[in-house]
Write a protein that binds this ligand. Structure first.
Ligand code: HEM
Length: 340
């Protein structure tokens, strides 16, 4: 199931621009069978396969909840649909508060089915691609011969854990944190198109205090992590992958960098899983570089990926990077590692 979903998603992703940015046109083109505009016919099928898979996942979650209620089966903790159950309960409560006399849970679940499936789809899609894209670029940057010193520093820092896999000290490793932040800055997996509609009935003021301008109500506006992360007055030499900027800057510079850092967005629609995602990626980094050294075999492979497509969504389909992993004993901690 995971494989089908992943393959379908990769096909869809290349054509996400149309339904996301010009939905009316995409709908019209689909209705009139003008698939050529919005993607080849395989794209429609990939969409149908993913919808079907997510609906099936939802049905299974429903069955698990019902079975648990009737105590028919003992469900293993890892198989319990905890997040789904939370969403389902809060939507049902919301519906019940507006209930009419014919209201019943089962009618309500049927009515909410597509809404809940869309939420599930959102979580599935938001959860895997972002982290995997970040780790792809991170592995690549760390494996370049020019960044070898960062890989060495990371290896020694991980060795300082003394083999512990406790998440708290892992989360506090400064070099590991800086490497991850710098990768999210330069290769943000959601680089653009995080639109918002300005509030109705009032003008919205945008821009710095010296250059403010008013945007009318109900207008679609957006900012891009890609551009914010390349502001050279905040991130000098912005195209250079340099984790040191997160370790050597003054507290004031650091505060400004954090204010401009937008990999997870901000405000009401910001990533709900940013802390979780950071921790998972850190755990994966520890798992790799506590055991291996990595080296990029084909140094030019990732160049040329900085296209307009990057502004819509980072697309790594078809990109292959060639790495060599050298397993060696766990690295010994080097006491002189404190200097950068
Ligand atoms: C490197 C990892 C990740 C990055 C960079 C990232 C980035 C983002 C960004 C920029 C948004 C906001 C989109 C917008 O403002 O329109 C977002 C939303 C979201 N993210 Fe993440 N994300 C990551 C990992 C995850 C993971 C692991 C999950 C779930 C397990 C997740 C779940 C979500 C959800 C559900 C939303 C929608 C929130 C809403 O609209 O209310 N993300 N993410």
């Amino acid at each position: 199931m995971g494989r089908e979903l992943f393959q379908g998603y990769q096909i869809l992703k290349e054509y996400q621009f149309w339904p996301q940015e010009i939905p009316t046109f995409a709908e019209w083109a689909t209705k009139w069978n003008l698939f050529g505009f919005v993607g080849p016919s395989g794209v429609q099928e990939a969409g149908a396969v993913i919808e079907e898979l997510v609906l099936r996942m939802q049905d299974n979650a429903e069955m698990a909840i019902e079975a648990a209620k009737r105590e028919e089966s003992l469900i293993e903790t890892e198989d319990q649909p905890i997040v789904y159950a939370q969403l389902r309960d809060s939507l049902l409560k919301d519906q019940a508060s507006k209930k009419d006399k014919n209201w019943c849970v089962h009618n309500s679940i049927e009515g909410l089915r597509l809404g809940m499936a869309s939420e599930m789809m959102d979580h599935v899609v938001a959860g895997f691609d972002t982290s995997s894209i970040t780790l792809l670029f991170l592995t690549w940057e760390l494996s370049l011969p020019s960044n070898k010193r960062w890989q060495d520093k990371l290896g020694f820092e991980i060795a300082s854990l003394g083999g512990s896999l406790d998440p708290r000290p892992i989360d506090q490793l400064p070099i590991l944190h800086a490497i991850l932040l710098e990768t999210l800055r330069l290769h943000a997996p959601v680089p653009g198109n995080q639109p918002r509609i300005t509030p109705s009935g009032t003008h919205t003021t945008l821009g710095p205090s010296t250059h403010t301008f008013a945007v009318p109500p109900d207008v679609r506006v957006q900012a891009q992590a890609w551009s914010l992360h390349r502001n050279s007055s905040v991130f000098p030499d912005p195209e250079r992958w340099n984790p040191g900027r997160w370790l050597e800057s003054t507290p004031e510079q650091l505060e400004e960098m954090q204010r401009w850092f937008w990999a997870f967005g901000s405000g009401g629609r910001m990533c709900i899983a940013n802390n979780f995602a950071m921790l998972v990626m850190k755990a994966i980094m520890v798992a790799i570089w506590r055991e291996f050294r990595t080296r990029a075999v084909d140094v030019a492979a990732l160049s040329g990926n900085s296209t307009l497509l990057q502004l819509v969504g980072t697309c790594t389909t078809g990109i292959e990077i060639n790495l060599s992993f050298n397993k060696q004993g766990v690295w010994k901690c080097c006491p002189s590692m404190s200097g950068l």
